[in-house]
Design a protein around this ligand. Structure first.
Ligand code: PEP
Ligand code: MG
Length: 753
C-alpha cells in the first residue's frame, strides 16, 4: 500500500474510517465504503476484507476484485495466503505472490493480474477474526511503514467491529468479532469455592472510544507523561523505596528502565500516535505484537524477555488508564490475568473480589495462598483464557472443579446456583460441627488449627471451631505495606490477632520473604533460583535488625500472654540456635525496659528443608516444637518448583517416597518427644489429611476452607484402620497413590466432602 503521504496518510484514513463508521447505515455498505476509501487514499489496486465465518474466511468486501466474489469466496482454515496470515497472526508482504507455495488461485475473484500482496490480520485480544489485504498489479515491495499503517487500520477495524458499532453484518451473526457465545475453559482448581460475577481484566485494553485521536500532540504528551511516571516508579523501586515491586526482580526492572528510554521502543509508540491512534491504542498495538512474537518464540529465554516486555506494556497501559481503575471495580469482580503476584492480588479490595481466573499460575504459589486466605475462589492454568474473555462478561467460576464458564447460558447458571445452594448447605452442616470435637471413630483426637495471614482470617476462628492458629504468616502485613511496617504497626497487628484468638494458641511465623514474596522496600539481587536462594530465615539471620524488630513487636504484643514463635526454612540446628538467641536477647531487652514479658514463650522451627529432618536430635532441648511446611518441603524433596506450572503437579505428596519421609520424621519427633504438626496446604485436603492421620500426625494446620471438610472426614474415619492400610501402600511404586487411597476411603465410608 503506497500511502499518499505514508504514515501521515494513515491518519487521514483513520479519520475517514471513523466517519464511515459513525455515519450509520447497513454494515455491508460501510465495509464497502471502507475498502473503497483505503484503495483510493492509497495507490493500491485492490483492498479486501476477509472475515471469519465459523471456520472459513469469507470475502466480505472488496475494491478491485470482482464484486460477485463477495460472500462467495470462502477459504478453508489455513488455505491460501489469506489463510496463512490468519494462521500465523502476522503480516505477510510479498512482491511475487503467485509464486508463493501457499498461493491459492480463485478464478471467481479475478485476481490473476495482481503480483504483489500485503495481508495483515484483523486481530483483537489475540484472536484473529479476519484478514485485510491490499494488492498491486506491479511487483513491489511494501515498506515497513506501509505494513504498519495497514496494521493500524486493521486494529481499529477490529475494535470497532468487536464493539458492535458495525452492527449486524448483513445478518451474518456468526461473524464473531467479539466473543459472545457461551464458552467454557478447564484448568486447575487453585482455591475452593463457587462464584458468579463480572469479568475485569488485570491487564486493561485501550478503552473503546479512545482508539483514534485527532490530536497527536496531546496524545504524545499523555504518552510521555505516563512514561515519565513509569520511569519514576521504576527508579523508586530500583532504589528500594516505596512503590510496588509486584514480584518483579531487579534485573527485569533494569531492563524495563532501559526500555522506557529506548528510542526504538518509544519511536514505535510515537509512530502509532502519528498514525492516528490514541496513546493507549498505540501501546496496545505494540503489546499485541509482543504477545504474538512471544507465542511464536521457541527459545525459552526469548519468550521470557518478550513476556517481560509485555509486563512493561501493561504497566504503561495501567498508568495511562489511571489509578482510578482498581477503585472502579464492579461489584462481584472476577479478576482475569495471565499470572499474579501475591501483592498484586492484595491490591484489589477484597470486598469486591468474587474470584480470580488465571491463564497460568502455580497451585502452591503465594497468590493462591492469598486467595485462599481471602476465601476467594481461584482457577488457573487455562491457556487462551485472555483471548476468550471480554471485560464485563458474565462469568461463573468453579473453584471446586477448576472450570470457568464465560457468558454462561441460563441453564448453566441455574445448575450452578443449585450447586451453590448445596455448598451452602454443606457449609452449614460443617458449621454445626464446629462445637463437636475432631475425634476419629476409634477415639483419636486431632488438633485442627488455622493458617492465617490477615487479621480478617482470625476473626473466623469461632465460627470455624478451630483450636487456634497453627501458622500466622506475618509477611502479609509487610507485603501490603508501601514501606517497612513500623514497630507500632507490627505490635498492633499481633495484639489484634492474640485478642481475636482469646485463649487459643497462635503460632507466629517470623517474616518469610524471598522466593516469590518480594518487598518493594527491601532490595534484593536477582538470583538464578530464588526458591533456593536468599529467603526466609536466611534473610533474618543476615539482617538481624529486621528479625529483632519483629521479635520485639511480638514480645510486646504478647506481654502477660502465651507467645509461640516459629522460624521459616530452618536448614540446620545451628541456624535455629542463632535465631533463638535473638529471641532471648529481645526478651532480656523487654524485661530491662518495661519488666513486661510473655507468660510463656515457645519457639519452634519449620521443617521445610529436608536437611533438618536429619538433625532433629540436635534440636532436642532447644526447639519447643516443629511444624512441617509441606508446600516447601515437597518442592525441595522432589526438586520441583512449587510455582512452576510445568512441574508443580508432577509429584504427589500421596506417593510412597513422600509418605515414607513424613512417617520417618513423625517417628523421630515422637521418639524425641518434640511436639509436631503439619501446616502446608495439604493438611486442609481431606484425602491428604486422612493419610497424614494414618501416618500418626495429630495436629494439622490448614486454610479456613479446610477445617469443616477435614473435621467431617476425621469424625468418619478410623485412625487405626487407616494406619494399617497406609503401612500396606508404602511399598507401592505408583507415582501417585491418590486413586488407591480414595478407593479405601469410599469403601470405609469416610466423608471426603
Ligand atoms: C509451607 O511451605 O508449607 C508453608 C506453610 O509456608 P509457605 O507456604 O508460606 O511457604
Ligand atoms: Mg514455606
Amino acid at each position: 500500500m503506497a500511502t499518499a503521504g505514508g504514515i501521515g496518510g494513515s491518519r487521514i484514513l483513520l479519520r475517514r474510517l471513523r466517519e464511515i463508521m459513525a455515519a450509520g447505515g447497513p454494515a455491508q455498505e460501510r465495509l464497502d465504503r471502507l475498502v473503497q476509501t483505503i484503495a483510493s487514499t492509497t495507490v493500491a489496486d485492490v483492498c479486501s476484507i476477509y472475515l471469519k465465518r465459523g471456520r472459513v474466511l469469507e470475502l466480505f468486501a472488496t475494491e478491485g476484485l470482482k464484486p460477485e466474489a463477495v460472500h462467495r469466496t470462502q477459504l478453508a482454515e489455513g488455505e491460501g495466503l489469506v489463510g496463512l496470515v490468519a494462521e500465523t497472526g502476522r503480516p505477510l508482504s510479498l512482491a511475487d505472490a503467485p509464486h508463493h507455495p501457499r498461493f491459492s488461485y480463485r478464478p471467481e475473484t479475478g485476481e490473476d493480474p495482481f503480483q504483489s500482496f500485503l495481508g495483515v490480520p484483523i486481530v483483537r485480544a489475540e484472536r484473529v477474526f479476519g484478514v485485510m489485504v491490499v494488492q498491486n498489479r506491479v511487483a513491489r515491495v511494501y515498506g515497513e511503514d506501509e505494513v504498519e499503517a495497514l496494521q493500524t487500520i486493521a486494529m481499529v477495524l477490529a475494535e470497532i467491529t468487536a464493539s458492535g458499532a458495525l452492527g449486524d453484518l448483513s445478518g451474518l451473526t456468526e461473524v464473531e468479532a467479539k466473543p459472545s457465545r457461551p464458552d467454557r475453559l478447564t484448568g486447575k482448581a487453585f482455591s475452593d469455592g463457587l462464584a458468579v460475577g463480572v469479568a475485569f481484566l488485570h491487564e486493561p485494553h485501550a478503552p473503546l472510544g479512545r482508539l483514534i485521536a485527532d490530536d497527536p500532540v496531546a496524545e504524545e504528551v499523555r504518552l510521555m507523561d505516563a512514561m515519565g511516571q513509569v520511569r519514576a516508579d521504576l527508579d523508586r523501586m530500583l532504589e528500594g523505596e516505596g512503590g510496588r515491586l509486584s514480584g518483579v526482580s531487579a534485573e527485569v526492572l533494569e531492563t524495563f528502565r532501559l526500555m522506557v528510554d529506548d528510542e526504538g521502543f518509544v519511536g514505535r509508540l510515537k509512530a502509532g500516535i502519528q498514525a492516528g491512534l490514541s496513546a493507549d491504542a498505540a501501546v496496545e498495538r505494540v503489546r499485541a505484537e509482543h504477545r504474538t512474537r512471544m507465542q511464536a518464540a521457541k527459545d525459552p529465554y526469548l519468550r521470557e524477555r518478550l513476556n517481560d516486555l509485555e509486563d512493561l506494556d501493561n504497566r504503561i497501559l495501567r498508568t495511562l488508564a489511571g489509578k482510578t481503575r482498581i477503585t472502579d471495580l464492579p461489584d462481584r469482580t472476577i479478576l482475569f490475568a495471565r499470572d499474579l503476584g501475591p501483592a498484586e492480588l492484595l491490591d484489589y479490595p477484597s470486598s469486591k473480589l468474587a474470584g480470580v481466573a488465571l491463564e497460568e499460575g502455580g497451585a502452591a504459589s503465594h497468590a493462591v495462598i492469598v486467595a485462599r486466605a481471602l476465601g476467594v475462589p481461584m482457577v488457573g492454568r487455562m491457556p487462551g483464557l485472555l483471548s476468550r474473555v471480554e471485560p464485563g462478561d458474565k462469568v461463573v467460576l468453579d473453584g471446586e472443579r477448576g472450570e470457568t464458564w464465560l457468558r454462561p447460558e441460563p441453564a448453566v447458571l441455574a445448575a450452578f446456583e443449585e450447586r451453590a445452594k448445596l455448598r451452602l448447605a454443606r457449609e452449614e452442616a460443617y458449621a454445626r460441627l464446629k462445637d463437636k470435637p475432631a475425634v476419629t471413630l476409634d477415639g483419636v483426637k486431632v488438633t485442627l488449627l488455622l493458617n492465617a495471614g490477615l487479621a480478617l482470617d482470625v476473626q473466623h476462628l469461632d465460627e470455624l471451631g478451630a483450636d487456634g492458629v497453627g501458622l500466622f504468616r506475618t509477611e502479609f502485613q509487610f507485603m501490603v505495606s508501601e514501606a517497612l511496617p513500623k514497630l507500632k504497626a507490627q505490635t498492633a497487628l499481633y495484639e489484634t490477632i492474640l485478642d481475636a484468638a482469646k485463649d487459643r494458641p497462635v503460632t507466629f511465623r517470623t517474616l518469610d520473604i524471598g522466593g516469590d514474596k518480594l518487598l518493594p522496600y527491601l532490595s534484593t539481587q536477582r538470583e538464578e533460583n530464588p526458591a533456593l536462594g536468599w529467603r526466609a530465615l536466611r534473610i533474618g539471620l543476615d539482617r538481624p535488625a529486621l528479625l529483632r524488630y519483629q521479635l520485639r513487636a511480638l514480645i510486646q504484643a504478647a506481654a502477660g500472654r502465651r507467645l509461640r514463635i516459629m522460624f521459616p526454612l530452618v536448614a540446620s540446628a545451628a541456624e535455629f540456635e542463632a535465631a533463638r538467641a535473638y529471641v532471648d536477647r529481645e526478651l532480656d531487652w523487654a524485661r530491662a525496659r518495661s519488666g513486661m514479658e510473655p507468660s510463656l514463650i515457645e519457639v519452634g522451627a519449620m521443617l521445610e528443608a529436608p536437611s533438618l529432618a536429619f538433625c532433629l536430635d540436635q534440636l532436642k532441648g532447644k526447639a519447643d516444637f516443629l511444624s512441617i511446611g509441606t508446600n516447601d518441603l515437597m518442592q525441595y524433596f522432589f526438586a520441583a518448583d512449587r510455582g512452576n506450572a510445568r512441574v508443580a503437579d508432577r509429584y504427589d505428596l500421596l506417593s510412597a517416597p513422600a509418605l515414607r519421609f513424613l512417617k520417618a520424621i513423625r517417628e523421630q519427633a515422637d521418639a524425641l518427644a518434640l511436639p509436631l504438626s503439619i501446616c502446608g496446604e495439604a493438611a486442609g485436603r481431606p484425602l491428604e489429611a486422612m493419610a497424614l492421620i494414618g501416618l500418626g500426625f495429630r495436629s494439622l494446620s490448614m486454610p479456613a476452607t479446610g477445617i469443616g471438610l477435614v473435621k467431617a472426614m476425621i469424625r468418619s474415619m478410623d485412625a487405626g484402620a487407616a494406619a494399617a492400610m497406609l503401612e500396606g501402600v508404602l511399598s507401592d511404586s505408583r507415582p501417585s497413590l491418590r486413586g488407591a487411597l480414595a478407593a479405601y476411603a469410599r469403601e470405609a465410608e469416610i466423608a471426603l466432602g
